[in-house]
Design a protein around this ligand. Sequence first.
Ligand code: TPP
Length: 721
Amino acid sequence: MTTPPSTPAARGSKARETAKATKSAVSPSEASRLDWRRIAYNALVSRALDDVEEATNKNKATVPREHLVLYQFSARGHEVAQCILGSFVDHRHDAASAYYRSRPLLLALGLSIDDALGSPLGRAGGFSDGRDIGVVCNLPNSDAPIVLPMSGDVGSQFTPCAGWAQSIRYHTDVLGESDWKGAMGVVLGGEASVATNGFWSALTMATTLSLPMLFYVEDNGLGISVRGEMQTPGADIAQNLASFKNLFIRNGDGTNPGESAALIAECVAHVRGGNGPALVRLTVPRLNSHSGPDNQRGYRTEAEIAADAERDPLPKLRAHLVPGILSERQWTELEAEVARDVQAGLDAARARPNPDPAGVGRWVYADDTPGSPEALGGLSRAERAELDGSETLAESTDVVRFAEAVRRTLRHELEVNPKVLVFGEDVGRKGGVHLVTEGLQKQFGDARVFDTSLSEEGIIGRAVGMAIAGLMPVAEIQFRKYADPAAEQLNNCGTMRWRTANRFAAPIVVRMPGGYGKDVGDPWHSLSDEVRFVHAYGWQVAMPSNAADAVGLLRSAMRGANPTIFFEHRSLLMTSDGSSRYPGDDYVVPFGSGATLRTGSDLTLVSWGALVHRCVEAADRFEGRVEVIDLRSIAPWDRERVLESVTKTGRCIIAHEDNITAGFGAEIAAVVAKEAFWYLDAPVDRIAVADVPMPYHPVLLDAVLPSVDRIAERIQATLQA
Ligand SMILES: Cc1ncc(C[n+]2csc(CCOP(=O)(O)OP(=O)(O)O)c2C)c(N)n1
């Protein structure tokens, strides 16, 4: 048995051994064509930016003492290998998915020094307009490699990159865009990130689908304080993955410029050559604390810190270049140039104004007013305008079930829009466990309609990467409850437009069956909990109660600019309740427009989804006294319609299937109580499921769900109040 090396320095030498063991002929030919002066320039700039932010160089500006950078992450020690990597990310359709320690890579890909400093200072403009931590950035280059919007969650960077990599294949093979050929997705992560769900999910996707994707693991031996041995046994992910099928692996010393370049070159050649994914692990020192607030006390000895300082890659880079590639004088001139440029960048960043507080609410959703700037991601405004749509129901005698209506809409959109893809667990060959996508794979092929691996994080992360690559992904989550593992990707998708100040957006559609089944329920397949998505930022939430509305809302979502949760209620999919006349292939229902299903004089009953049918039945017992509003979408929701109705009737009940506590009914009740207070003749009431999970046995299910009788009783009580 071998004992794993315990110190980072020891791990470096161990890694070098592994490199020798795993390296085939390392051809330096690729590596030698590199622009080493540019690599050195960017690495020195990165180091100088860290100096400025940490005030470690006494001659530099005192930014931290002025407390201008509120949250700092140092790239000290990681910069040389990242700048080398940047030299290989040079295809116009490459994308990098990075994390908070990736600023050197961004500099290599074109991040300006002004932006690199302006954003940590929180100033207006730049990649987030003061909304996000400075190093959590993005780069929407046009006609050049981009950097996908980073997130603060470790591990969340992996699956969107796999989505981008799959999109490269889609653009080349399905859309016939040959300029995408040879492009790759590269994802950066520390050694701790290899323990995350996202890493394994993306690795599964990349290896099973043979995607053009490079995993770049920069191993500094520490998470925040936790050692690499806790993240993967023996602390070497490259070694542990040696027998992983369909993965090309290289492993070496990220402080050695020549070795780093050669290993990266091999991996990139493998990926660009269409041979599937590669992983390169490079050991690097972390030459500072994890982040500004961390002082390393308690988890790192002075000796360990000193040993890491010995591995500083910058002197090694200098030794690698001087005098063979650059003369002493050229190196000194380079240092002076960097100092000048960083000072100029700092002056420019300081001169930027603070962000405007009046604008902080902008960009949660798309602003489609003509002339307003377009984000990168999803269909362009021009593409959406061409698809158009009509709010008029087509003349039809054709009655369809809800499931058939969704299928027809997907089919039509797949026909008219080559950028639409439909996928999820069992969606392809089987046609979905609810059979909603039955026959679509046969008709459109498995590049456009396909099964996925069993990873909801992977399904949603992939969709996000695809949307940024300009596609229109429609992902199915098999049951609402199984969106739980995708919560991080869903949340980050929703906030993307806002946190990048409209530089990026990922308008995806997530179809999600849920709710109680006909006579049956359980805690796993019957959850609705739709309010959670209303509370997340940036999402539209569709809750159709019938086939026609399903067609209209789904089409709006698939031709829209905002991400959408599309709820397919289980008890509507194949029942007469959910059926309606087919509204036509162009039919759209705008989000935020409810429907008044019954007019009435004395009470407004508001609902959505399957409960709408029980509400209508209950209302019909009161002969014209109860107005029934089906909201159809709850984010946004039709406030005006509800308020106008309550102003007329003076009474309001909200009925829903989600928990009563903090359900969406609470929001409506609060708005009605405030906005229509002077018109109310009775307290606003709610009828919903008690705060228990959905039970299995029909008698228990019946006990918790609002029944027609119970809704009618509540109407009666409010009418008499
Ligand atoms: C999902 C998630 N959990 C925890 C954290 C807190 N956190 C931030 S960085 C970090 C360690 C990451 O280490 P590694 O991936 O090795 O990257 P490094 O910082 O060493 O470059 C942790 C635990 C987080 N940001 N996201």
